[in-house]
Design a binder for this molecule. Structure first.
Ligand SMILES: Nc1ncnc2c1ncn2[C@@H]1O[C@H](COP(=O)(O)OP(=O)(O)O)[C@@H](O)[C@H]1O
Ligand SMILES: [Mg+2]
Length: 341
């Protein structure tokens, strides 16, 4: 169980405007035997100044969901549903409008900064690119880049402007990418497993950095991670995905303390207790469903200890099961009762 840690995240500064409204998002990719539905009707909101965590096992569709939000899917992907940015429908927006939003209002950082950075350009040039395009003077750009690198925790930033990505450590490269993402003063930062490739100690520092940036600047963040402990530290709300669908969503501490979906409960139980070192972790039973081979009814039913006949045939819809809590399980009330009893 994940305890204590959950209280670390301060509530968002103001319960406010919804920045991005994702509803019924569908992503199909062509497969060998027909289209594969890798994201299947995903709905959630990202309120301003709030960190929303997207969790789930590998292959559950987290990256496809995040990439769909910023228009980074492969050309042969087909999308359906609705993505509304401050009320504006993005799926129908012109490519030019989407490019305008990308990098400015919505920025993204990735798991592998080396793949995202240009190896032949200096860090200073890359971080300053979006600023130069906006017509700022050379010295204004330079000043701002130094500030951004400093904000991202890069020591002696002025001396690093001429460095190339390969001269940086993994952690410093991730900081450079964060500086680059912040250059356009985004309202929403998408971070897809931003610390997964880093050493554990560096991971913690980068997460602290992201959290402090979120808190100071009041931007919203969608943090993708398979690591529940990361979520407990950073996210105000979580969206739990299973096989391309939302299994459950709600405020982080509520979802992690009293899961209403057997999948979330299994995920939480699979993480060794952070505080009580004696508690045993229970690995998740069975193997994850894949989008190409999604079981009928509830996709989790083959792995679910509570599965009944109904779960094999009837796909549960995401429904409100408590204030602010949404769960796609026929027996959510039972799961909640089990937990709080
Ligand atoms: N080009 C592709 N064609 C078909 N399926 C893909 C392709 N890329 C990824 N997938 C499948 O899409 C699903 C979702 O992938 P992804 O969003 O990367 O998951 P996650 O980020 O949660 O690990 C996975 O099951 C993966 O196998
Ligand atoms: Mg991924």
């Amino acid at each position: 169980m994940i305890r204590a840690e959950t209280s670390v995240v301060a509530p968002p500064r103001a319960a406010s405007e919804t920045l991005l409204e994702v509803s019924g998002l569908v992503v199909d990719l062509p497969g060998r035997s027909g289209a594969v539905r890798v994201v299947d009707g995903v709905s959630f909101d990202i309120p301003a100044a709030t960190t929303v965590g997207l969790i789930g096992e590998s292959g559950s569709g987290k990256t496809m969901t995040a990439n769909a939000l910023i228009g980074l899917l492969p050309d042969d992907a087909t999308l359906d549903g609705s993505l509304r940015w401050r009320g504006e429908e993005l799926l129908q927006a012109k490519p030019a409008r989407r490019r305008e939003l990308r990098g400015h209002e919505i920025a993204m950082i990735f798991q592998d900064p080396l793949a995202a950075l240009n190896p032949t350009q200096t860090i200073g040039r890359q971080v300053g690119e979006i600023l130069r395009r906006s017509g700022s003077s050379r010295s204004a750009v330079r000043q701002r880049v130094v500030k951004l690198l400093d904000r991202a925790g890069i020591p002696e930033p002025a001396a690093k402007l001429g460095s190339f990505p390969h001269e940086f450590s993994g952690g410093m490269r991730q900081r450079a990418m964060i500086a680059m993402a912040l250059a356009g003063s985004p309202s929403l930062l998408l971070a897809d497993e931003p610390t997964t490739a880093l050493d554990v100690t560096v991971q913690a520092r980068i997460l602290r950095l992201l959290r402090s940036i979120q808190e100071d600047s009041g931007l919203a963040m969608l943090l993708v991670s398979h690591d529940l402990r990361v979520m407990a530290h950073v996210a105000h709300q979580v969206v739990v995905m299973y096989a391309g669908r939302v299994a459950e969503r709600g405020p982080t501490s509520s979802v992690l303390h009293t899961p209403a979906h057997p999948y979330t409960r299994a995920l939480v139980d699979s993480v060794p207790a952070v505080r009580t070192k004696t508690a045993l972790a229970h690995p998740l039973p069975g193997t994850p469903a894949t989008p190409a081979n999604r079981p009928g009814g509830c996709a989790f039913h083959p792995r679910c200890p509570l599965a009944q006949d109904r779960c094999r045939t009837e796909q549960p819809v995401l429904r409100a099961v408590a204030p602010d809590r949404w769960t796609a399980c026929h027996f959510a009330e039972k799961v909640l009762d089990d937990r709080t009893a």
